[in-house]
Design a protein around this ligand. Structure first.
Ligand SMILES: [Zn+2]
Length: 176
């Protein structure tokens, strides 16, 4: 089955959807989460990486983590900075940033191909497609729920130095 990452419905003709096997998807998310955890400075940047790290198939189920670019928690005010940050994160992942923390060696050519296609999608994504409610609903702190979606204070895994999602550390969960 695998997972699919695609453009919003109204612009899916711009860049072909990215289909990945479940195993390749895990590598894809892990290398992005590592690169982004090293590069993130602002809270918004950290949150984007936490959102990606939440797509942890070992917790939420294999083959269930596909998404459209407009599902990501973009905001309107700082979208340009958020997009530039994602571009840096993707470039870092392509350069192998943090890969030494993985317990396996990613198939470099294949993962770079996928990252490159993801980069084309982020680049083609139009600010007009942002629905701010997606960010607001995702980042909302439930008052009667002591486990919020975004761990308070943006803690990192002590072993992997990667941002924790509500599911914990994606690398610990996957055996790295
Ligand atoms: Zn860890």
């Amino acid at each position: 089955m695998g997972n699919q990452i695609s453009m919003p419905n109204d612009s899916d003709h711009l860049v072909e959807a990215l289909h990945m096997s479940n195993g390749l998807t895990s590598v894809f998310i892990e290398v992005l989460a590592m690169s982004g955890s090293i590069l993130a400075n602002t809270n918004r940047e950290k949150e984007i990486i936490i959102w990606l790290a939440q797509r942890d198939q070992s917790v939420v189920g294999i083959g269930t983590v596909g998404f459209q670019i407009d599902d990501m928690p973009w905001t309107l005010d700082t979208f340009d900075r958020e997009r530039k940050f994602m571009m840096r994160t993707i470039s870092g992942a392509m350069d192998g940033l943090g890969w030494e923390r993985l317990s396996y060696e990613p198939h470099k050519e294949r993962i770079i191909e996928c990252l490159n296609q993801f980069r084309l999608m982020i680049n083609a994504f139009d600010k007009e497609s942002i629905d701010l409610n997606i960010y607001l609903e995702w980042s909302e702190i439930e008052e009667d729920d002591d486990r919020s979606t975004i761990p308070i204070g943006y803690p990192k895994c002590e072993k992997h130095d990667i941002y924790l999602s509500c599911h914990g550390c994606i690398l610990c969960n996957n055996g790295s």
